[in-house]
Each structure stands twice: as structure tokens, then as C-alpha cells.
Write a protein that binds this ligand. Structure first.
Ligand code: PLP
Length: 405
């Protein structure tokens, strides 16, 4: 760091220089983030200094966080007056899907340790398609992470989960909107499995749904039948926690994740006393916490409402279908029929997938490649427009057809 600071003008010029190096999202088909909604950006700027880690100083921001938890909870099947167990969800706004995943497993692990279970041997079961944040969890929380196999549609195979369960299994994880294929695991079947384990073997296994991406997509799919087919949230009895990221399909600013428990007591498993702050305890992983992105999430959810979010999802799904149809006309099919706005295109060999991906990158696109099976992964976020899809298909045609001539 230099002794003397630069002028404001010089700093602005430096910033512009760096900004020019960053990509715009225009041709990005590899990211699960997007431009925040203008209302979210406005709110974020207004609450820049607000720290939810010391929320007694920012009661207005704290109220917004509570309201966001309530709104998302009600979107995900809580607080709607259904049955006797219809209270609200309990949680907080995290930095994103990784922190939410860590904290849910952290809470479940702490509960089991408090109940007397030894840490050695403790394990959780996730699908092979789980996000890599679960590998961080194994390291951080010292629990074994077992990976269950998939069915032919790339959803977790419930029989594989069942085979991996033992007396030391503390949690089963299902994914609603997998990172690579956009698939939805059979959450109801996982709930049934967990219930059977309790009845038959006396095992108390927690069920957690990672809906970091799908949480703001699946509730807005067209048609009651379609939504029922992919039921994934607290409306499924036995689901103990759900995570969803406002900074993905919720159009909020980064960093904004949200973790929700059915029972408040799980937040207490995470609580540590906070001497010298305005609050008594804290359940979040981070200390200082962005009030700005809580305000941004509050603002965008209030502004768009379910109707607005539904419009966003409808357009992303429409463009995904357009893309998939266009690819099919070029002889390129998908690995699985897309459920949401994530598509994976199949090619004859893994080498061909890599070749097509590199050729597209050379043409200015950002795409990614899935692990198994290897395929070209495309995420159709709200920054993708119809024009972009058409341009992409033209380039795909050039790249694919040129190699077959
Ligand atoms: C299903 C799922 N879970 C968790 C995460 C991690 O989210 P983040 O990058 O916000 O930590 C992702 C990210 O893509 C995801 O797709």
C-alpha cells in the first residue's frame, strides 16, 4: 500500500480499467448468478453500512431479514395454515449456498453430538450430483460425506441412499435443481426412506433439501401437475431444512443465501454467545454480515411478488426450450429433458464435448462442462434474451456442423 493516496479521479480511472477486464453477463451461459434487479441494487446501496452481525444497531435491517425469512418460508410451504404443523420457518440470510449447506449440517451434527453420538463415524449421504460445497463440509465438520448413485434420469437413486445408511448416518441430502443438470431428486421418496429408517431401525435421520438454485424456480413452474411432480419443500412431511439462494434466481445482490429450518431449535444448536455486541448470541457462520443484501432481497421480493418471479421463470424456461429445440434441429440432444432453466447437451464423445466447449469460448461464449456424464452445460439466466439464444445456436451450428463436413 502506498504512503500517499491517489486522487478520486485516478481511483475511478483504475476502477474503470479493471471493470473493462470483467465480462458482461451477455454471453455467459455458465453462471447461476445474473445482474441483480434494479430495485435490489437500489436497496443494496441504501443499506451499505448495515451490519446484521450487530443487529441491535440496525433494527430496521433486522426486521427486513425476518420478513425475508417469512416470505421465503411461505413460498416454500411454511406458514400457510396447512395442518397443525404450519408455523413459520426459522433461519437467516447467509452468504450463499455454501454457507447454508455448511450451517445446516453443522446444526444437525451439533444436535447429534449433544445427544451423545460420537463424531467418529458420523456420516451424511448426498447424491453424486451434489455441489462441491459438501466436500468442504467433510473437511470442516469432520463428518464423512457418502455419495449415492443416480438413476437414469440423473436423480439420486433412493436404493443407493438406502444401501449407504448405517447407525451413524445423521443426514440425507436431496437436491432440488442440481448444479449441473437442473434435476430434482425424489424428495418425497427420500422422506419416506427416512421415515422407514425411524420406524424399522429407530434411526433419527435429518432430511435436508439443497434448493440453492431451484428454490426460486420450481414453485413457479407452469401447471399444478408439474409443480406437484417436483414437490421438494416443507410441504413434504419430514423435510427438516431447505436452502435457497436469492443471489441466484431471486435476482438479489451477492451475497445472499437463505437457510430455513422447520424447527427453531436447530438455530440454537448453532448459537454462540456474543459478548460486547448488541445481541446476546449469533447463529450465523460469519460475524459481520451484509445488511445491504438483506435489504436488496427484501426489496426485490416485495417489488416482484410471486407474479413477477413467475414471469422471470416463465421466460427463462421458454428460452431454455427454444435453445433445446434449436440444438435438436442440429442433431444435438440433451442428456435429460430439462426440468428447469439448465440444459446439458450431449455429444458423441467426451473429447467432442471439450472441443465444442472450447470452440464456443473462442467465439465469445462462456459455457461449462459437466462431470459425469460429460456434456455441455448451459444455464439460461434472466440476462439471456431471445436474440442471445439465436446467436448462440448460429455459433453452435457453425461449431458442430463444421466438424462433421
Ligand atoms: C445446488 C447448489 N448448492 C449450493 C451451491 C453453492 O452456492 P454458492 O456458490 O452461493 O455458495 C450451488 C452453486 O451453484 C448450487 O448449485
Amino acid at each position: 500500500m502506498d504512503e500517499r493516496g491517489l486522487s478520486r479521479r485516478e481511483v475511478e480511472s483504475l476502477l474503470r480499467e479493471q471493470k473493462r477486464k470483467d465480462l458482461s453477463y451477455k454471453r455467459v451461459l455458465s453462471s447461476m448468478c445474473t445482474y441483480p434487479h434494479e430495485v435490489a441494487a437500489y436497496a443494496h446501496k441504501m443499506f451499505l453500512e448495515s451490519n446484521l452481525g450487530d443487529s441491535g444497531l440496525f433494527p430496521g435491517t433486522k426486521e427486513m431479514e425476518k420478513e425475508v425469512v417469512r416470505m421465503i418460508g411461505s413460498l416454500l410451504g411454511r406458514g400457510q395454515g396447512r395442518g397443525q404443523d404450519s408455523g413459520n420457518a426459522f433461519g437467516y440470510l447467509s452468504t450463499g449456498g455454501t454457507e447454508s449447506n455448511i450451517q445446516v449440517i453443522h446444526a444437525v451434527r451439533n444436535r447429534k453430538r449433544r445427544e451423545g453420538q460420537r463424531l467418529k463415524g458420523m456420516n451424511i449421504i448426498v447424491p453424486e450430483t451434489a455441489h462441491f460445497s459438501f466436500d468442504k463440509i467433510a473437511d470442516l465438520l469432520c463428518v464423512e460425506v457418502r455419495k449415492a448413485g443416480l438413476d437414469e434420469e440423473l436423480r439420486v437413486a433412493v436404493s443407493s441412499v438406502a444401501e449407504l445408511i448405517d447407525d451413524e448416518t445423521i443426514c440425507v441430502v436431496g437436491i432440488a435443481g442440481t448444479t449441473e443438470f437442473g434435476q430434482v431428486d425424489p424428495i418425497k421418496d427420500l422422506a419416506k426412506l427416512v421415515q422407514e429408517q425411524k420406524q424399522e431401525k429407530g434411526r433419527e435421520i435429518f432430511l435436508f433439501v439443497d434448493a440453492a438454485f431451484g428454490g426460486f424456480v420450481l414453485p413457479f413452474l407452469e401447471g399444478e401437475g408439474e409443480r406437484r411432480k417436483y414437490e421438494f419443500d416443507f410441504s413434504v412431511e419430514g423435510v427438516g431444512a431447505v436452502s435457497v439462494d436469492p443471489h441466484k434466481m431471486g435476482l438479489s445482490t451477492i451475497p445472499a443465501g437463505c437457510l430455513l429450518f422447520r424447527e427453531e431449535s436447530y438455530l440454537e444448536e448453532l448459537a454462540v454467545p456474543t459478548p460486547y455486541l448488541t445481541t446476546k448470541s449469533q447463529s450465523s457462520l460469519t460475524g459481520t454480515r451484509s445488511g445491504a443484501s438483506a435489504a436488496a432481497t427484501f426489496a426485490v421480493l416485495k417489488y416482484l411478488g410471486r407474479e413477477g418471479l413467475r414471469r422471470v421463470v416463465r421466460e427463462c424456461v421458454r428460452l431454455t426450450r427454444l435453445l433445446v429445440r434449436g440444438a435438436a434441429e442440429l442433431g444435438v440432444s440433451t442428456v435429460v429433458e430439462p426440468v428447469i432453466n439448465v440444459a446439458a447437451l450431449r455429444f458423441p464423445t467426451p473429447a467432442e464435448v471439450e472441443r465444442v466447449a472450447s470452440a464456443l469460448v473462442e467465439r465469445g461464449w462462456r459455457v461449462s462442462v459437466t462431470r459425469a456424464p460429460k456434456a455441455l452445460r448451459l444455464v439460461v439466466m434472466p440476462h439471456v434474451k431471445e436474440e442471445t439464444v439465436k446467436e448462440f445456436l448460429e455459433d453452435l451450428e457453425a461449431v458442430v456442423v463444421s466438424s462433421y463436413i
